[in-house]
Design a protein around this ligand. Structure first.
Ligand SMILES: [Zn+2]
Length: 361
């Protein structure tokens, strides 16, 4: 800090300025900017730049980040963020949107989850640090310029390659503002927890920027149904926090918050082989129901392994690539309360094709 800084009165214009500022730039109210922001350099010395769109509404309000592809092959969120940034009407916006469609540019170019070369996980590197590893430096540039200035944020992911999952929110529900954000996103399923060290949503939350993760579908795909539902979630969040004042918060019909280890389980294969999955993402399975069978290449009857649901629940995540070693995950099953079960079965009984649970593409 300089000697004089504390003695000077705050600059009047500065303290009332609703511009969004980052290192090297400023976006004034009523303006938007497409920015390519350097966060690293390649072997050739060329800049590694992330695309950023900042939309500063004409009216004051909160600043919200929307980010995707921290894992470079998780594409659904990219389209969510791009549509919000470039297809929505922002004349009604109270506040600022910071849209970060591709955080992990090297991973995106290689179409892989991790940062190439050392296989570092950008989503375990936040808040990052100058003078540290390449991943930490990239994370630091992103975090200080585009995450810390925000009031809240949503980070979009998909399941890991070879698996798929229902659209659901992951959030630290012990924090009131995070819980408010998670509920506003209007997903059927919220998995509670603070998240691993170094994840964007956990570190942003720790830094005073309440944040959630949205998981949706599989890697390497644009899945339109899921993208549309995520867009509904974003609109609902913008309504809840006053950025879209004419809109209202969406209620998805039923919701379950999964907390504690007894209510959810990854069913794992006890045999290696080829999997015939009987249930899909978002399916309700009853206790004792066959979820899948595992067979060898000869389909020998004596060697067929049958996997049954240990309890009645919802399949939140499921294997897509139908091959397993013993110990590999088959599906992510969560138990539902009686009330939730009733609401879900009622929804299904209605045969609503737009239902939030029948998300088969
Ligand atoms: Zn991810």
């Amino acid at each position: 800090m300089s000697d004089t800084a504390s003695d000077e009165p705050p600059d009047e214009e500065e303290s009332h300025d609703d511009s969004f500022t980052y290192n090297g730039g400023r976006v004034a109210p009523g303006e938007s900017a497409n920015i390519r922001y350097g966060i690293s350099e390649t072997y050739l010395g060329d800049p590694v730049r992330i695309p950023v769109t900042v939309i500063n509404g004409e009216h004051p309000g909160p600043t919200v980040f929307l980010s995707a592809a921290a894992h470079g092959d998780e594409l659904n969120g990219i389209e969510v963020v791009r549509e919000v940034a470039h297809d929505w009407d922002h004349s009604i916006l109270h506040g600022t949107l910071v849209c970060l469609p591709v955080l992990n540019v090297p991973g995106f170019l290689a179409q892989q989850r991790y940062l190439p070369i050392y296989d570092r996980d950008l989503n375990r590197s936040f808040p990052g640090r100058e003078g540290s590893t390449s991943a930490n430096r990239m994370a630091h540039r992103i975090f200080t310029n585009f995450i810390e200035p925000c009031d809240l944020g949503i980070d979009f992911h998909t399941s890991t390659r070879g698996r798929t999952n229902m659209l659901h929110v992951r959030a630290n529900m012990d924090r009131p503002q995070v819980s408010r954000l998670a509920n506003a996103f209007s997903s059927n399923v919220i998995i509670a927890g603070e998240g691993p060290d170094g994840t964007l949503r956990r570190e942003a939350t720790e830094a005073g920027v309440p944040a959630i993760t949205v998981e949706m579908g599989e890697a390497h795909r644009f899945q339109r149904n899921l993208i549309n539902r995520a867009l509904t979630g974003v609109a609902s969040v913008l309504a809840e926090f006053g950025l879209h004042r004419e809109s209202s918060v969406y209620w998805p019909g039923w919701r379950t918050v999964i907390d504690g280890t007894d209510e959810k389980t990854w069913l794992r294969a006890d045999a290696g082989g080829i999997v015939d999955m009987k249930s899909g993402r978002g399916d309700l399975v009853h206790e004792g129901e066959v979820i899948c069978t595992i067979t060898n290449p000869f389909k020998e009857k004596d060697d067929i392994v049958t996997v049954e649901a240990p309890f009645t629940g919802l399949i939140v995540g499921v294997l897509e690539n139908p091959v397993v070693y013993p110990g590999n995950p088959l599906c992510h099953l969560v138990r539902l309360s009686e009330d939730t079960l009733t609401a879900l079965e009622r929804e299904r009984g209605d045969g609503d094709g737009e239902g939030y649970i029948t998300d088969v593409e």
